[in-house]
Design a protein around this ligand. Structure first.
Ligand code: IYR
Length: 220
C-alpha cells in the first residue's frame, strides 16, 4: 500500500450545469484551428508561463512528469531554428516524403518555407525525457513518456487557445538540431515544436471538417 494521501474532491455541479458547461467547452475547443500564418504581435510571458504551468499538471506515467518546455523568444535563436528546420523540410518535400504523404498535405498548402518560426513571438520546443536522473545523478527510467508528453502538449494547446492564442504543432523531422541549438542534454528528445502567437491579418485556414460524433464514438 502507498502512503495515506491527501484528500481530493472535484467541483460539484448539477447535471444541468454540467450539460451547459460541457456544451460551452466543446464550442470553445471547436473554435481552435491550427494557424500557419502568424503576425509578430506579442503576448505577455506571464500568459505563456501560466499556460505552461497548466500543461505541467498533465497526468504522467508514475508521475515522472517527463517533459520540458523550452521557450524561445530570442530572434537569433529563432532564426537558427528556422534555418535548420527548413533544411530538414527541404529534404522532406524534395525527396523523403512519399507521393501519398505529399498528396495528403495538399489541402494545407504546406511547403519547406517556415517563416512563421521567425515571425511568431514564441516557439515552445517540447522535449520528452525517456529517462531522467535522480538527485544522486543515477539514471531513472520514465514510463509512458510519449503518452505523457502528448497529453501535456494537448493541454498546453488548449490552455493557449482558451487565452486567445493560436498555435501550430510543427514537427520537422528529424528534430535533433533542437538539442544542439538549445543546448539540451541527451536524455531530452525533441517531441514537438509549438509555435504560439496570433494569426496574421486576413489569415485563412483550410476549409476542412471534423469527424462527426458517430464516426469517433460508440457506446457499448
Ligand atoms: N513537417 C512538414 C510536413 C507536415 C507533415 C504533416 I503529417 C502535417 O500535418 C503538416 C506538415 C511540415 O511542417 O511542413
Amino acid at each position: 500500500m502507498g502512503e495515506a494521501g491527501i484528500f481530493y474532491s472535484v467541483k460539484e455541479f448539477t447535471e444541468e450545469e454540467r450539460i451547459k458547461l460541457s456544451k460551452e467547452i466543446y464550442k470553445t475547443m471547436n473554435e481552435r484551428r491550427t494557424a500557419r500564418n502568424f503576425s509578430n504581435r506579442y503576448f505577455s510571458e506571464e500568459v505563456l508561463m501560466n499556460c505552461i504551468r497548466a500543461a505541467g499538471t498533465a497526468p504522467s506515467g508514475a508521475n515522472r512528469q517527463p517533459w520540458k518546455f523550452i521557450v524561445i523568444k530570442d530572434k537569433n535563436v529563432k532564426k537558427k531554428i528556422r534555418e535548420e528546420a527548413e533544411k530538414e523540410e527541404r529534404k522532406f518535400y524534395d525527396n523523403r516524403a512519399p507521393e501519398e504523404w505529399k498528396k495528403a498535405l495538399e489541402p494545407f498548402g504546406t511547403n519547406a518555407e517556415k517563416s512563421f518560426l521567425e515571425t511568431a513571438p514564441y516557439l515552445i520546443a517540447i522535449f520528452e525525457e525517456k529517462y531522467s536522473y535522480d538527485e544522486d545523478g543515477n539514471k531513472i527510467k520514465n514510463y509512458y513518456t510519449k503518452e505523457s508528453v502528448g497529453i501535456a502538449a494537448g493541454m498546453l494547446i488548449n490552455a493557449l487557445h482558451q487565452c486567445g492564442i493560436a498555435a501550430l504543432t510543427h514537427t520537422p523531422s528529424p528534430m535533433n538540431f533542437l538539442n544542439k541549438i538549445l543546448n539540451r542534454p541527451e536524455n531530452e528528445k525533441p517531441f514537438l515544436l509549438l509555435v504560439a502567437g496570433f494569426p496574421a491579418e486576413n489569415a485563412t485556414v483550410p476549409d476542412i471538417a471534423r469527424k462527426k460524433l458517430d464516426e469517433i464514438f460508440k457506446m457499448i
